[in-house]
Design a protein around this ligand. Structure first.
Ligand code: SAM
Length: 155
């Protein structure tokens, strides 16, 4: 199993990048005993102004073939943290790769969005993509702690 976050745009050094690195490191440590791999971050950037279609083409190149495709989208489903944990455990148990996709300023091209296995919403409000990275990495770490039975997550 591989776990990838495929995101449009480059996250420069700063508080968001620090938080993302911290959650990814915590997930990597906690996930080892559970058979969960570290999450790799694949950033794509279209410098030619090709819009969402060009971004989707770049994103498709970094999404492993056959991976469960999870798009982050305000129109998606609002999962609980235990529900996300159980989805992740399911992909692990099927030895299936998973790719979480975060779009750019205009969102995710409908061609890519429509073939997603799952669309996750962090509420109906639109968040900046770098904050979505922070929230997603925290939720992946939280899911890992739920699977580990550690007290980080409390209902
Ligand atoms: C600035 S938003 C783009 C919003 C754009 N209007 C759209 O239609 O998707 C950049 C990316 O952050 C993610 N995002 C923003 N708000 C979100 C939310 N509430 N839930 C899940 N993902 C969100 C999505 O991946 C989105 O493509």
């Amino acid at each position: 199993m591989r776990m990838v976050i495929a995101a449009v745009g480059r996250l420069r050094q700063g508080p968001e990048a620090k938080l993302v690195a911290d959650y990814l490191e915590r997930h990597a440590k906690a996930g080892r005993a559970l058979g969960l791999p570290p999450v790799t971050l694949a950033e794509v950037e279209d410098k030619r102004g090709g819009g969402m279609a060009a971004e989707a083409a770049l994103l498709s190149k970094v999404i492993p073939e056959g991976a469960a495709l999870v798009v982050l989208d305000e129109r998606g489903q609002m999962l609980s943290s235990p529900e996300l944990a159980s989805r992740i455990a399911g992909w692990r148990d099927q030895a299936r790769d998973v790719a979480f996709v975060i779009g750019g300023a205009d969102g995710i091209d409908p061609m890519l969005r429509d073939r997603a296995d799952l669309a996750i919403s962090f509420g109906r409000m639109v968040w900046p993509h770098m904050l979505v990275r922070v929230m997603l990495t925290e939720q992946i770490y939280r899911a890992t702690t739920i699977l580990a039975g550690s007290p980080y997550h409390r209902e």
